[in-house]
Design a protein around this ligand. Structure first.
Ligand code: ZN
Length: 142
């Protein structure tokens, strides 16, 4: 990866860590799920509100390392407004990106996390919020 791109990716992660998007509890959520990564100490809750088949709102709260928090923030931005199928597809693509199994061409800002594929322990940090989102989505399905 060239140095400029790496710098851009770093700044996206730092920015989302400092000012996470959708960082709030959601009392009227359709479903929520918790994610814990004991290897790093990351702990977060993801809330989802469904409107029919669409993720009308998604939020998170918790504490953890910069990667887990930035990834959760980016996840909420990426998933909001998507259908359940689209959100699931995004999960698969993101998972491929951070585990180094390709994909990710159309992931936009999420590509900032592509670097974690070189650090297996960080993959759990980056995918924590995504796994929580996926299980909240499954819960919401009833
Ligand atoms: Zn972490």
């Amino acid at each position: 990866m060239d140095a400029d791109l790496e710098e851009l990716y770093q700044s996206i992660i730092l920015d989302h860590n400092r000012r996470p998007q959708n960082f709030r509890a959601m009392p009227d959520a359709t479903a929520h799920a918790e994610g814990v990564n004991p290897m790093c100490g990351d702990q977060l809750t993801v809330w989802l509100k469904l409107d029919g088949d669409t993720v009308a709102d998604v939020s998170f709260q918790g504490s953890g390392c910069a990667i887990s928090k930035a990834s959760a923030s980016l996840m909420t931005q990426a998933v909001k407004g998507k259908t359940r199928a689209e959100a699931t597809e995004l999960f698969e693509k993101f998972h491929g990106l951070v585990t180094g199994h390709g994909g990710g061409e159309d992931l936009g800002a999420l590509k900032a996390l592509s670097g974690v594929s070189r650090f297996p322990l960080r993959v759990k940090c980056a995918s924590l919020a995504w796994h929580a989102m996926k299980s909240a989505l499954a819960d919401a399905a009833g």
